[in-house]
Design a protein around this ligand. Structure first.
Ligand code: 13P
Length: 254
């Protein structure tokens, strides 16, 4: 049984003061989530990680939005997995489409980042997803398969089972046009089939795969009733405690 995960990606939002306000208001959500065997967490900017960690209730997962693949050295502006791990960050989002688009991040580079995170016993949240053109051309499954094979190739079964995958169609991110649960389930089932081919059935069944892209309190439940969808990676609707709570309730009540 895969534990469901609700992860808020704050992107480039919130000052430390605003992040602390959020962290101080979600204590009851952690107990609620635990009661229903759901994991919840947020991914603030690097700038806010320390403050969120020191104000967050125990049990709230704190993730970064990126990591560098090297451990230390002359990489100006970067942060390594060992640095994140040393302050208590346990997860890192990798290969978000915004980083692929604006920072030229490739799946092969994401692979290096996944390896670096696993070395620190952290959980990579590896994002994949296609553009509107690719979707309309009917090439979603081959496009996403390549991202998965390049990002996850060469991992052992044990390593692969520790990765969380997030399927986020680019055309659904921040647009209000979420993928239907049928589309999300179909692609996520395809991803699981690719993982089965790479790592075997047993491992593929343990890997959590999230859906992301305009997930809101009023549509989160539909994804949670899909057999292959194990949670949600949420941008805009994760920014306020009330909305974050409503997302959790939607997941629980699905
Ligand atoms: P929205 O929920 O704002 O569409 O963002 C999705 C996303 O990119 C999460 O990583």
């Amino acid at each position: 049984m895969r534990t469901k995960l609700l992860l808020g990606n704050w992107k480039m939002n919130k000052t430390p003061k605003e992040a602390i306000e959020f962290a101080s208001q979600v204590g009851d959500l952690v107990s609620l989530s635990k009661k229903h065997n759901v994991e919840i967490g947020v991914a603030p900017t690097f700038l806010c990680l320390v403050d969120v960690l020191s104000h967050a209730p125990e049990g709230l997962i704190i993730s970064s939005q990126n990591v560098n693949e090297h451990d230390h050295g002359a990489y100006t502006g970067e942060v390594s997995a060992s640095m994140l791990s040393s302050i208590g960050v346990t997860h890192a989002i990798i290969g978000h489409s915004e980083r692929r688009e604006y920072e030229g991040e490739t799946s092969l580079r994401c692979h290096e980042k996944i390896v670096a995170l696993l070395k620190e016993k952290m959980t990579p949240v590896y994002c994949c997803g296609e553009s509107l053109d690719t979707f309309e051309a009917g090439e979603t499954s081959s496009f996403v398969e390549k991202q998965i094979r390049e990002g996850m190739g060469g991992l052992s079964k044990e390593e692969a089972s520790k990765v969380v995958i997030a399927y986020e169609p680019i055309w659904a991110i921040g647009t209000g046009k979420s993928a239907s649960s049928e589309i999300a389930e179909t692609t996520i089932k395809n991803i699981r089939d690719v993982l089965k081919d790479m790592f075997g059935e047993e491992t593929s069944e343990t890997i959590r795969i999230l859906y992301g892209g305009s997930v809101k309190p009023n549509n989160v439940s539909q994804y949670m009733t899909c057999p292959n969808i194990d949670g949600a990676l949420v941008g805009g609707a994760s920014l306020e405690p009330d909305s974050f709570k409503a997302l959790l309730e939607g997941m629980i009540n699905a």
